[in-house]
Structures are given as C-alpha cells and as structure tokens.
Design a protein around this ligand. Structure first.
Ligand code: DAT
Length: 176
C-alpha cells in the first residue's frame, strides 16, 4: 500500500522563508516539520563547521540512516526543510518547493540575522545564481519541482494555499 500523504521538501537559500512556510504548512496540514539543519545539530550528524561561513560539514550517511528510520517513506506527511535537497532519495519525495527571494530583500533578511562577510556574500551569490533551483532540477523530475516567490506575507499566504490545494489533489489521486 502506498503512502497516505505526500512528503514535501522546502528548499532555498538561507533567509528565503523555508522555516516560515514549513511551520505554517505543517500546522495547517497536520504534517511533521523536519528542520534538517536542527537535526544535524541536535544529533551531531556533522564533523564540525566551517569557521567562516558557519555551515556544518554534514555526515550524510548518519543523517540518511536517521531519516530512513522514520515512518517518512511509509506513511508520508513530512515536510523536510533544508538548504539542500539532492540528498533525499527521489522515491521519498513527492514535491520539491524552491523558495526564491529578491536579492535586496534577502540581503536585509540576512543582515538582520547577523550574517556578514563571506557568509553573507556566499548566500547572496547562491540566490542570484539560483544554485538551489538548479540543484533541485538536477536531482528530481521536472514535474516535481516548483519555484515559488517568498517576498512578502501575500506570497506566503498564496504559497501555503497553493500547496494545500496540491496536497488535496495528491490525496484524491492516491486514494486506494
Ligand atoms: P529560512 O528558513 O529559509 O532561513 P525563514 O523562514 O527563517 O527563512 O525567514 C527569514 C526571515 O524572513 C524571517 O524573519 C521571516 C521572513 N520571511 C521569509 N519569507 C517571508 C515572506 N514570504 N513574507 C514575510 N516575511 C518572510
């Protein structure tokens, strides 16, 4: 028997709104929000972090083993929130949302978060070069990947509604 609910990845450059979207969607849909960065930190699935950028050197095998042990791929209903997406096996994932944000706005969000120097620069470059979108398109089938703008509360509301409708449709299509 297949999954009762889809699994959704929300990805994008830090500051685009992954957490905000994931929390609201999880609340509305009754899904489980997995903040993958938090798991990496809490469970120690890393070998330290880059001093300059603060990003973790992730132990991907340990992280995958942890995710594999969850009912994610049997029941579904998970929202995976991470700045990377090509680690997750394709068969687990039904929708990949890549959030995008105007660079001036992203700059303000990241500086408000205390990002400076190389860390700020690298993330700004990543958004401008659409690194995460390309990564998603390389890792997943075209029809699974959706790019959504996340620049204001209106976008947030529209995106959440759109994903909720998509989940409804998914359930219709996957009824036993
Ligand atoms: P991420 O998890 O991708 O790092 P976040 O959800 O923590 O991003 O958002 C960063 C900040 O930007 C936070 O203060 C909320 C704000 N923000 C993000 N997307 C937004 C949107 N669509 N409308 C209004 N504020 C938004």
């Amino acid at each position: 028997m297949g999954r009762k609910n889809p699994n959704i990845v929300i990805t994008g450059t830090p500051g685009v709104g992954k957490t905000t979207h994931a929390e609201e969607l999880a609340r509305n849909l009754g899904f489980t929000h997995l903040s993958v960065n938090q798991i990496v930190k809490d469970e120690g699935f890393h070998e330290g972090r880059d001093e300059e950028t603060g990003s973790w050197f992730v132990d991907e095998d340990k992280l995958l083993d942890y995710l594999e042990a969850l009912p994610l791929h049997t029941t579904g209903g998970y929202i995976l929130d991470w700045h990377a997406c090509d680690l997750f096996p394709e068969r687990w994932i039904d929708l990949v949302i890549v959030l995008r944000c105007d660079s001036t706005m992203l700059y303000d969000r990241l500086t408000a978060r205390g990002y400076t120097g190389k860390k700020l620069e690298e993330n700004m470059d990543a958004e401008i070069m659409q690194v995460l979108l390309d990564e998603a398109r390389e890792a997943y089938r075209e029809e699974v990947v959706v790019e959504l703008r996340s620049e204001g509360t209106r976008d947030l509301e529209e995106n959440v509604e759109r994903v909720e409708r998509w989940v409804e449709q998914w359930r219709e299509d996957h009824r036993d």
